[in-house]
Structure formats: structure tokens, C-alpha cells
Design a protein around this ligand. Structure first.
Ligand code: LMR
Length: 321
């Protein structure tokens, strides 16, 4: 049986971590693409040399030409630049939009049947543009953010309650910016909703509010610590969970930046919502009910995303077609 082919477009810190995780999980053969000569080749060879020690079978290859991604089943896009301390994700829009144009053209030509997961920031606007540049079906192009933001939310909650991360379920929706929407009402410890845990006296509303705020600024916290770039382990793990659900038709329900056409009252918008990912790509968009406060937070976050897509349209008017 032929192995899956997974193309990693961008071979920086996330690209290398993705390749290693995909090898360890034996999800398929990996092609690392980058315009920087030697980087993808070096990373591919290094990770391949870890395979006898780790005991996994996968072919890893580094390439500098888009032709190398030909026929990929999955493309994970990290190409572009990360932010540095003092920058917001939005500051990357102009430069990364041009990168998405190149990447979209490469995918259109060489991997038109792939499931595409975008990680490049500002996430929701970049995945929106990438879908248009690539011309792929909207259900085959998604953005990785909700899984990452929800993982941060889960970790902070697990630490607060002193329980395993496995017993914490949490959901963060909306755009991948500081206005994202961590949903206290839809998050649980051992199946018990957080508001009930406040009533039981296990935590306080103030502590939960602080965790929500820390989750919203989670990416910035890492940027401030690393100083030279942004997070890569957790973003890579999150994208791999999405790729695995697609490749194995697991039909996991994951919060992802998905293309909305009527759902949540939005049209031609990418924003984080719960979706079912299976062999068909995004097979279902789950529409959850918001209360008044949640609706207001979601709308504010969507507004921030619309501002960014409008900015993309100003730079590349052809995206409107
Ligand atoms: C993250 O949330 O870690 C990424 O979006 C990178 C960043 O710039 O924060």
C-alpha cells in the first residue's frame, strides 16, 4: 500500500517539528519545502537519521521547487515570517499575503487534491487568502488555531484544578487574535462545566477570567519568552492532530478556522468554529448556541478578522473575484 504523502511548505522551526512528529506517528512520507537552499534537505536528512533510533519508517525529502510537492495528500503551510516581541500577528499581513500567493499557486499546480492546513499568521486572513489563491474547495482548506488556543486553555485549566490535561475539555473559537473567544460555558473538567465548578467552590470566576485572558495572549507570552520568533511545538502538534483526523478519517470534532457560507450568519469568512474533520476534509460545521455575552465576544473577534481580510483585498484586489 502506498504511503500518504505529506508536504510541509516552510521548513522553519514548525516545519521541522511537524516532520519529526509525522515520522514518529508514521502518518506518511514527508516532503519538506523551502526556498532556503539546504534547510529542508538538512532537516529531512537529520530526522531520517533519527528513524532507526525511534523505530519509524518514513521517507523524508527536502526540496526547493514546488514540483517536489506533486500529488501530496496533505499540505501543511508554515511559510512566511513569524512575529517578534513588540509585533502583533497583524503586522505580518503584507509580507505573508505575498507568500500565500506563491504557496497557493504551487498547491494549485502540484497538489490540487490535497487537504491544506494553514498555520501562517495572521491566521484567519491568511487561510482565507490561501483558499482563494489555490482555488481548492473551501472544505479542503482550513486554518490551525482553535486546536492550539484550546490546548493552551486546557493546560492552564488543568494546572488551576490540579488535574490531568486529559480530563479537561475546552473550546476556544473566533479569530486567532487577542479577541479570540475561550468559552467557559462549553469547557469542562471530568465532564463538569466550569460554571458548576465555580458554584462547587473548586475555583473562582476571577481565576477563570485570568485564565481566559492568559489564553487570549498565549502566543504573545511565548514570543516574549523566545524573543527570536514564535511558538512551534504546540502549533505543530495541533496541525498534526488535524492531519491525522483527515488521513485516518477519524472525524474528530476540532475547533479550526473554517470557511463559513451562511453558518453563524457569516459568508465567505474564515474564523474558528468547531468542525468535523474526516476523509472529506471539513465534513460538518458545528453551530453551537451562544448566549448574549458570548455572541458579543464572537462578533468582536469576527470584526477584527474582517478588518484583516479587507486589508488583503486592498493589497490584492483580485482576491474579490
Ligand atoms: C501562536 O499563537 O503561538 C502563533 O500564532 C504565533 C504567534 O505569533 O503568536
Amino acid at each position: 500500500m502506498a504511503r500518504n504523502k505529506i508536504a510541509l511548505i516552510g521548513s522553519g522551526m514548525i516545519g521541522g517539528t511537524l516532520a519529526h512528529l509525522i515520522g514518529l506517528k508514521e502518518l506518511g512520507d514527508v516532503v519538506l519545502f523551502d526556498i532556503a537552499e539546504g534547510t529542508p534537505q538538512g532537516k529531512a536528512l537529520d530526522i531520517a537519521q533519527s528513524s532507526p533510533v525511534e523505530g519509524f519508517d518514513a521517507k523524508l525529502k527536502g526540496v526547493n521547487e514546488y514540483a517536489g510537492i506533486e500529488g501530496a495528500d496533505v499540505c501543511i503551510v508554515t511559510a512566511g515570517v513569524p512575529r517578534k516581541p513588540g509585533m502583533s500577528r497583524d503586522d505580518l499581513l503584507g509580507i505573508n499575503l505575498r507568500v500565500m500567493e506563491q504557496v497557493g499557486a504551487g498547491i494549485k499546480k502540484y497538489a490540487p487534491n490535497a487537504f491544506v492546513i494553514c498555520i501562517t499568521n495572521p491566521l484567519d486572513a491568511m487561510v482565507w487568502a490561501l483558499q482563494k489563491f489555490s482555488g481548492l474547495a473551501p472544505e479542503k482548506v482550513v486554518g490551525m488555531a482553535g486546536v492550539l488556543d484550546s490546548a493552551r486553555f486546557r493546560l492552564f485549566l488543568a494546572e488551576e484544578f490540579g488535574v490531568s490535561v486529559e480530563d479537561v475539555s475546552a473550546m476556544t473559537l473566533g479569530g486567532h487574535g487577542d479577541d479570540m473567544v475561550p468559552l467557559i460555558r462549553y469547557s469542562t473538567v471530568a465532564g463538569i462545566p466550569l460554571p458548576d465548578l465555580v458554584k462547587m467552590g473548586w475555583t473562582t470566576q476571577e481565576k477563570l477570567d485570568a485564565i481566559v485572558e492568559r489564553t487570549r495572549k498565549g502566543g504573545g507570552e511565548i514570543v516574549g519568552l523566545l524573543k527570536t520568533g514564535s511558538a512551534y511545538y504546540a502549533p505543530a502538534a495541533s496541525a498534526v492532530a488535524m492531519a491525522e483526523s483527515y488521513l485516518k478519517d477519524k472525524k474528530r470534532v476540532l475547533p479550526c478556522a473554517a470557511h463559513l457560507s451562511g453558518q453563524y450568519g457569516l459568508n465567505d469568512t474564515y474564523v474558528g468554529v468547531p468542525v468535523v474533520i474526516g476523509a472529506g476534509g471539513v465534513e460538518k460545521i458545528v453551530e453551537i448556541a451562544f448566549n448574549k455575552d458570548e455572541q458579543a465576544m464572537f462578533e468582536k473577534s469576527v470584526q477584527a478578522v474582517s478588518g484583516l481580510t479587507d486589508a488583503c483585498l486592498k493589497i490584492v484586489p483580485a482576491l474579490a473575484e
